[in-house]
Design a protein around this ligand. Structure first.
Ligand SMILES: [Zn+2]
Ligand SMILES: [Zn+2]
Length: 369
């Protein structure tokens, strides 16, 4: 009889169930990973909290780091069984027009759960997970724990955003929102040599942004965001990243950004179908760009794994708490609380606790990205 493992299922609003299922055998192009850490992304949080209800029953968990157990005979990877790996769980077909144009983050078939995928979700909140060969990223460095490596997926998404915004040295950048995505934007934009201002009404979050190097904080509930952003930057910001998906925030960003500036919509806006109103002459007279990014390409993911595994980007301040899989429900409750950044489910802990940062992280250093 096959050996069994535990997997979790989000079955309804604030409902989590566990089940024992046989450990699968990887097919020729698949790899079996023993999961060591899986971070709780906003998507799983929204499904758990009932904001998005179309996914039940969901095998959640797409921010996965672990150890390669077994690879099928046609998997071309340098990783050997026992090696540390990170998984990019977003399915992409590699054959559609988007994939072939280099926009595999927007794969036309991403929703169809290609061959080998359980129809009910990525399934990283489990002891084992089966992935396709192209989803496997070896980690070439032993120094960084799984609890940090599993942040490769969100880091890759932010890296895409910062690259697309073409942040230049000495640019004035405003990041709207100091949740984990805002703080990752802050960190990566700084590494490109930008001066970064953060807009955040929550004073605790604002302080964390300041500690990570934000040169000024705007409180949009007390100050006029547009006027303040322009005052602090002279001509208006070169780039504004919207990590809060609020239509009014996007409208303000479009008004505040400087000539030739870029407004990047990083966050999705809910409910879907929301509208914004902007003066179209801003595009003509000020040559501003309003665009955004979704998810990450393979190149972004590859770069994010390297940034993390070499601690070129230090995410230790962003791992708020670590929970065992058996306490997934408590972990999800902690994750949706505004007091946390990333909450990580770790297969290596028995009790919930703060993430042991080992050493105090230093300010970012070294070359620009
Ligand atoms: Zn994610
Ligand atoms: Zn595709």
């Amino acid at each position: 009889m096959a050996e069994m493992y535990t997997r979790s299922i989000l079955t309804g609003v604030r409902e989590v169930r566990f089940e024992q299922v046989p450990i699968p055998e990887p097919g020729p192009t698949q790899a079996l990973i023993r999961v060591h850490a899986c971070a709780l992304c906003t998507w799983e949080q929204r499904v758990y909290a009932g904001v998005e209800r179309d996914y039940y029953p969901l095998l959640g968990g797409h921010e996965v780091a672990g150890v390669l157990v077994k690879a099928g005979e046609r998997v071309l990877t340098q990783a050997r069984p026992g090696d540390r790996v990170v998984a990019a769980m977003l399915p992409r077909c590699g054959q559609c027009v988007s994939c072939r144009r280099g926009l595999d983050n927007l794969c036309d078939n991403a929703q169809t759960n290609g061959p080998g995928h359980a129809p009910a979700g990525p399934g990283g909140l489990s002891e084992y997970v089966l992935v396709e060969d192209y989803q496997l990223y070896p980690v070439y460095n032993d120094g960084v724990p799984f609890e940090e490596l599993c942040l490769a997926e969100p880091l890759a998404c932010v890296l895409r955003s910062v690259k697309k915004a073409a942040v230049q040295p000495a640019d004035n950048v405003v990041v709207i929102g100091a949740g984990i995505m805002g703080l990752l934007h802050l960190t990566l934009a700084q590494r490109r040599g930008a001066r970064v201002i953060v807009s955040e009404p929550n004073s605790v979050r604002a302080e964390v942004a300041r500690a990570l190097g934000a040169t000024a904080i705007i409180d949009p509930t007390r100050e006029d965001f547009v006027r303040r952003a322009q005052e602090l930057t002279g001509q208006g910001p070169d780039v504004i990243f919207c990590t809060a998906g609020i239509p009014e925030v996007i409208e303000q960003a479009v008004r505040a950004v400087g000539k030739g500036g870029r407004v990047m919509m990083y966050a999705s806006v809910h409910p879907r179908g929301s509208r914004i109103t902007v003066d179209p002459n801003l595009f003509h007279c000020r040559e501003i760009t309003l665009t955004g990014t979704m998810s990450q390409s393979r190149e972004d993911f590859l770069q994010a794994v390297s940034l993390l595994s070499n601690r070129i980007v230090d995410v230790r301040p962003l791992v708020s708490a670590v929970y065992p899989l058996s306490q997934l429900q408590d972990a999800l409750e902690a994750a949706i609380s505004p007091d946390t950044y990333r909450v990580v489910v770790s297969m290596q802990v028995k009790n919930p606790g703060r993430y042991d940062h080992e050493t105090k992280p230093g300010k970012p250093q070294g070359a620009c990205l």
